[in-house]
Design a protein around this ligand. Sequence first.
Ligand code: ADP
Ligand code: MG
Length: 576
Amino acid sequence: MVSRPVTPRRSIRVLPPAIAARIAAGEVIERPASVVKELVENALDAAASHIRIHIRGAGLVEIRVSDDGYGILPDELPLAVQRHATSKLPHDDLEQIETLGFRGEALPSIAAVAELAIASATVNAPFGRRLTLSRGEIVADELVAHPPGTTVIVRRLFENVPARLAATRNERAEVAEIVRVVRRLALAAPAVRFALWLEDRLALQTTGTGQLSTTLIELYGPTLADALRSLGPLEVAGARLTGLVSSPDLTHSNRNHLHIIVNGRWTQPRTLLASLKAAYRPLLPRGRHPILGLVIDVDPRAVDVNIHPAKLEVRLHAEPEIGQAASELLRNILARTPRRFVFTPPTQLLDPLRSTAAVSEPDTRYAEESLDAPIVTPALPPLQLLGQLQMRLIVLEGPDALYLVDQHRAHERILYERLRDSQVTQPDLALLPEPILIDVRPADVERFASWLDRLATLGFHCEPFGPRSFLLRPIPTLPGVVPGSDPLAGIGEPKELGLSLLTLLDESDANEDWRDRFLVQLACRTAVRRGKPLSRPALRALVEALGQTSAPAVCPHGSPIVLRVEADALASQFRW
Ligand code: ADP
Ligand code: MG
């Protein structure tokens, strides 16, 4: 349940000039969506439980927002449209802001660039009052019948500001921005019912259940339902983190769906977003972004809200710590959620001549007891090894699903983490039985030599051999790549090591992050290939080692390693 702190209704007053001057002002009303945002924020601050938004002509013709909040007393209505008049800073305390608004600027700013009518009534009042303004001046003042709450109608936006009008020519873009803004506001207030009409079409609607998951599903559609994973709850640096993220099966090509909600405010804390992106980037395919709703509740004194004119950014005092903890939550979910196997109805019959699928015969040489015990690891469910499929997949049975593991990517992940960890602890070294000869073009000899020290810190020891060659012999112990007597011995591609080291010639010396790129490609080149038959002990050892890694579900390039075929999906496909 996500609930916004509800502040009581207070009287509106004009802010003292000293406070008004400290407010991060600026042009608040840049486009129709800014009007929608300000009006809806006012409704939320008034504790509305139902907010209706009607848009005509991309918001340039008319924007109407009505709420059932606590309304404005008739005597105070003129103040509401006056500059720097607000009911929200009762103690002039900009350090402790609990409302979405606090500057007393939105209504007068809108009134300056449009025609504005505001009608409002409070509970138990016999009548409401309505003010109509044109170019900032009150042109009508009437008693009206109005249910408790407030309705604001904004017409002919920017008609007197030709530059703004010209900037909002693209109506589709303006409508899209309005939808985006309403979606954000609705996510930040899941306990509030929202309805948005574009012309006369109901474009978006939430039911106000108070559950973020329900709101996300209402806004993004039912396909999201199966894909949501919870984050937290977690307490860190005085903040409480909760939230939801879409599983790696459901990602987006744009990053507009990262919703961070700090004390009921949709916002974009820069440092936090950067650390979240850095956390998911290696775990998702290139250019893909998750749908994320991250809710941070924290003491209002630990957030600066007054740093951005459109109030889009906030700064959390403990942002680095919170960012790190949130990234860790995100990483754990994305790195460990196996992709779901999606059935598509067969549109074509299989060609029996080309079908090579066959589960390999159990290898009787290893029919010992221990080989049939389930594989139990920290990061994967207990898995029973069934066999190898198409010489590229390891087939396993889990508690309520069949698991398919890509043998190449599994090995890649194991090697990558082994190499990455060896940067922290001194790597154990192994000797290649045959040193690898690396030939370098004469022009590159010096450059390559300049990498040797850094390579040695990773455990790769090369020495010059003749004028334009190097010999590589001691390397870190990489299971399956270096010789040994373990079940993985001999499955990898040690001869690729030479080519892999040569990629350093393409690295610029100045680039401090060469290590990760180097390790990713090295792991990929030397890992077992698809198409290689593997013994049962090797299959088992791969899964055991994979389950010890920090991200068994995704390879270092962000592609899936494990696919889950759920028992339910099978049951429904077979119509059992
Ligand atoms: P701010 O929200 O920063 O205070 P606004 O110009 O948006 O400034 O609104 C001025 C004041 O008018 C608010 O402080 C509030 O008291 C009142 N007000 C505006 N909209 C509403 C609403 N929908 N319901 C109740 N009060 C409102
Ligand atoms: Mg406001």
